[in-house]
Design a protein around this ligand. Structure first.
Ligand code: S3P
Length: 449
């Protein structure tokens, strides 16, 4: 279905598309999902500041990760793209980045902006980091506070939001930072600044977060000590080029996993997915709800274990999401809310206030969208109660948030009528080709622009 219909978003100044999503066939097939976003960003960053030429395979061809690659081009790094998913990065060394002529545009990507703030705070040149409307509303003090403690000269808008203006600092000092927030982006920003700081830089976290920066720094030859909830390194080390193989992104796999769980008669296989325990809390939560998800053929990869996921339909019941799982599924709450809407009984989420500062306020975005489809939701400061039941057709606004759009596309497969999902262009930030791949699995999903 295609309609001649267009709308303009003032913040982006571009026409935006919508989806019509509706119940269709059982979810069946065997797929690979696109490369991991977190690993792809880090691969470009570390390869750029390494000595020598690195090859990246499985690179996510999404707008977020391409923005990071473009930025390193502006910083004087030659990056070749011989084919989709491959990058050849001619590293310039830890001291080889060049001053950019213009502001560095991180687009929609908080990971790009926060990690780059650490890397650029330690350079002998000035730089400015900007983002789109959503990123320009996101909190940056969580990175600028520790970087300033290290001696960085870095300014935000008065309310702590972008743009970030970085001035050259004489030199940075290592710190011992106890992060108040469980955030891999904060930890990574401090560690990347620490690469060029004097002495030891260490970070401890209130709850362990994904450790890709630590694993990958080690793969690039850095002597780094880390474990669950802590990491430390000594400044002044150099990175050595290496090959990076990016696994499939569990956060992308989460959408077809929930679709196959919700739609009767489904049977789905997803190959080559990264299953880092700091990412896969959704599997535990869905299993508690009654889902049938098998993790098969587990093998170790350079950025953690990789596996084949086998999913079939199962009826779900509501749960209290265990607090300990929350940080391990922080990106998966939109689709968990979708699953909860189809479960029998109430699903309670608490301790998830971080959802309010993602690409959108994901608690309110999901609650409002669900209500538009006839689902009862009670919002709290740090979560929600979702009363499972009948889901109707209707109209929902993704607020330009990729994961909200994909969560409603999945939920619509169980709705009583068609669901119009507004403003879906940003799905390309993390999951290019989502709608075509999902149609191939049997989902009812068409774009209208
Ligand atoms: C990411 C860390 C998480 C996650 C984001 C990617 C990363 O953010 O939500 O999608 O690549 O380090 P926080 O560090 O804000 O928790």
């Amino acid at each position: 279905m295609r309609a001649c219909w267009q709308r303009w978003t003032p913040s982006r100044g571009q026409p935006v598309a919508d989806w019509i999503a509706h119940a269709a066939d059982p979810v069946r097939g065997r797929i690979h999902v696109p490369g991991d976003k977190s690993v792809s960003h880090r691969a470009i960053m570390l390869a750029s500041i390494a000595d020598g030429v690195s090859r990246i395979d499985g690179f996510l061809e999404g707008e977020d990760t391409r923005a990071t690659a473009r930025i390193f081009g502006q910083l004087g790094v030659r990056i070749e793209a011989p084919s989709d998913g491959t990058r050849i990065v001619h590293g310039v060394g830890i001291d080889g980045l060049q001053a950019p002529d213009n502001a560095l545009d991180c687009g929609n990507s908080g990971t790009a902006m926060r990690l780059l703030s650490g890397l650029l705070a330690a350079q002998f040149f000035a730089s400015t980091l900007v983002g789109d409307g959503s990123l320009s509303r996101r909190p940056m003090r969580r990175v600028t506070d520790p970087l300033r403690l290290m001696g960085a000269l870095i300014d935000t808008d008065a309310d702590g939001t972008p743009p970030l203006h970085i001035s050259p600092a004489a030199s940075l000092e290592g710190i011992d930072y106890g992060s108040p927030v469980a955030s891999a982006q904060v930890k990574s920003a401090v560690l990347l600044a620490g690469l060029r700081a004097r002495g030891m830089t260490s970070v401890t976290e209130p709850h362990p977060t994904r450790d890709y920066t630590e694993r990958m720094l080690r793969a690039f030859g850095i002597d780094i000590d880390y474990g669950p909830g802590f990491a430390r390194l000594i400044g002044g080390q150099r990175l050595r080029a290496t090959a990076v193989l990016v696994p499939g992104d569990f956060s992308s796999a989460a959408f077809p996993i929930v679709a196959a769980t919700l739609v009767p008669d489904s049977a789905l296989v997803i190959e080559n997915v990264g299953i880092d325990p700091r990412r896969t809390g959704l599997i535990e939560a869905l299993r508690l709800m009654g889902a049938r998800i098998d993790v098969q053929d587990v093998r170790s990869g350079p950025t953690g274990d990789i596996a084949t996921l086998v999913v079939s339909h199962a009826p779900l019941r509501g749960i209290d999401v265990p607090a300990t799982l929350v940080p391990d599924m922080i990106d998966e709450f939109p689709v968990l809310f979708a699953a909860a809407a189809c479960a029998e009984g109430v699903t309670r989420v608490r301790g998830a206030a971080e959802l309010r500062v993602k690409e959108s306020d994901r608690i309110t975005a999901m609650a409002e969208g669900l209500r538009g489809l006839g689902v009862t939701v009670h919002e709290t400061e740090d979560g929600a109660d979702i009363i499972g039941g009948v889901v109707q057709g209707g109209d929902v606004d993704s607020l330009g948030d990729h994961r909200i759009a994909m969560a409603f596309a999945v939920l619509a497969q169980r709705a009583g009528g068609a669901v119009r999902i507004r403003d879906i262009d940003n799905v390309a930030t993390s999951y290019p080709g989502f709608d075509a791949q999902m149609r191939g699995l049997g989902l009812g999903l068409e774009a209208i622009d």
